[in-house]
Design a protein around this ligand. Structure first.
Ligand code: IPM
Ligand code: MN
Length: 364
């Protein structure tokens, strides 16, 4: 039988994007060497790198290659160099366009506190230990994409506006993703909105409830206002299993949740819904530490793990999660996680340590 051959597009992007994407590829290669599948890669520019090379944050041929691939692995986009740009010329616009074109309407952001990191959390250890939740963020609608939007003159001043808009089908499909995941986890969904103020949230709440009552009545559903959810996340994160929310609230809450484990450098994500998924760390491009071999590669490496899960290569995905947990247990810490008494490692050293533990996993 011939091996499955997956075609992967790599979009390292800007800042530390290339530093961490390199390590994601290294673990994918190791996984392939121990599985019955292979990867081929096309590395292409996106974000600021594509603006510099082609004056377009997502050139048409790059988008085409992404659509034709089995998975897209992205590093990070943006940075001060491109901050003066506006509208469709911004690096971030390229990413939004890619998410939309891939039909990646559900952004899965698992948030966990590895045992080894609970004591280093900025929050109280006993509050964060064993946190294991999944943020399901709607990714191709809401205020990120809503029309009308503009910045325009009004008399002697300016005005600007965006529109937060959701349709019933957009809410239904992401709610289904959340309930499906809850069914594989601890069977509880918290839907986060601002239904006490926003009419778009009132529709959100009603539709999530209807999907629940019709097809997922065996899952526990609660609704929570976003301001309260932000507080509950740092007060008692263990109360959550699956959180489902709109694009903007999900963006904000997932960064807040990232502090639980002590670093944004830990959190992976998968954006799914179409034929091809997009896999990227939750963190940004951190231009101040780019190219110095000090960024934390764990979020990118775990994103590669989510890609393997998406492709159905669950043993390889398991090896990656195991490798990360073992490296952290053994005390390896990149700069973002490093405190007195810790063993400080570089980006590549962290990756090597993870790979060593993956090899042990494959042997055992
Ligand atoms: C994220 C990022 C992006 C977002 C930016 C870079 C457009 O913050 O993936 O969380 O807001 O979605
Ligand atoms: Mn964000």
């Amino acid at each position: 039988m011939s091996k499955d051959a997956y075609r992967i597009v790599l979009l390292p992007g800007d800042g530390i994007g290339p530093d961490v994407t390199r390590e994601a590829v290294a673990v994918l290669e190791l996984a392939a060497a121990h599985g019955d599948f292979t990867f081929s890669y096309k590395e292409l520019p996106a974000g600021g790198a594509a603006i510099d090379a082609h004056n377009d944050p997502l050139p048409p041929n790059v988008l085409e290659e992404c659509l034709a691939s089995d998975g897209v692995v992205l590093g990070a986009v943006g940075g001060p160099k491109w901050d003066h740009l506006t509208g469709a010329m911004r690096p971030e616009s390229g990413l939004l366009k890619l998410r939309k074109a891939l039909g990646a309407f559900a952004n899965l952001r698992p948030v966990f506190v590895p045992d080894a990191l609970a004591e280093g959390s900025p929050l109280r250890e006993d509050a964060v230990r064993n946190t294991d939740l999944l943020v399901v963020r709607e990714l191709t609608g809401g205020i990120y994409f809503g029309e009308p939007r503009a910045r325009e003159p009004e008399g002697d001043h300016e005005k600007a506006y965006n529109t937060m808009v959701y349709t019933t089908p957009e809410i239904e499909r992401v709610a289904r993703v959340a309930f499906d995941w809850a069914g594989k986890r601890r069977r509880a969904v918290t839907s986060v909105d601002k239904a006490n103020v926003l009419v778009v949230s009132q529709l959100w709440r009603d539709v999530v409830q209807q999907v629940h009552d019709k097809d997922f009545a065996d899952i526990d559903l609660q609704h929570m206002y976003v301001d309260n959810a932000a507080m509950q996340l740092v007060l008692n994160p263990r109360q959550f299993d699956v959180i489902v929310t709109g694009n903007l609230f999900g963006d904000i809450l997932s960064d807040a949740a990232a502090t639980l484990g002590g670093s944004l450098g830990l959190l992976p994500s998968a954006s799914v819904g179409g034929r091809t998924g997009l896999f990227e760390p939750v963190h940004g491009s951190a231009p101040d530490i780019a190219g110095q071999d000090i960024a934390n590669p764990i979020a990118a490496i775990l994103s590669a793990g989510m890609l393997l899960d998406f492709l159905g290569e669950s043993r390889a995905a398991e090896a990656i999660r195991h490798g990360v947990a073992e490296a952290l247990d053994a005390g390896a810490r990149t700069a973002d996680l490093c405190r007195t008494g810790h063993r400080r490692v570089s980006t590549s050293e962290m990756s090597e340590e993870i790979q060593r533990n993956m090899k042990a996993f494959f042997k055992g």
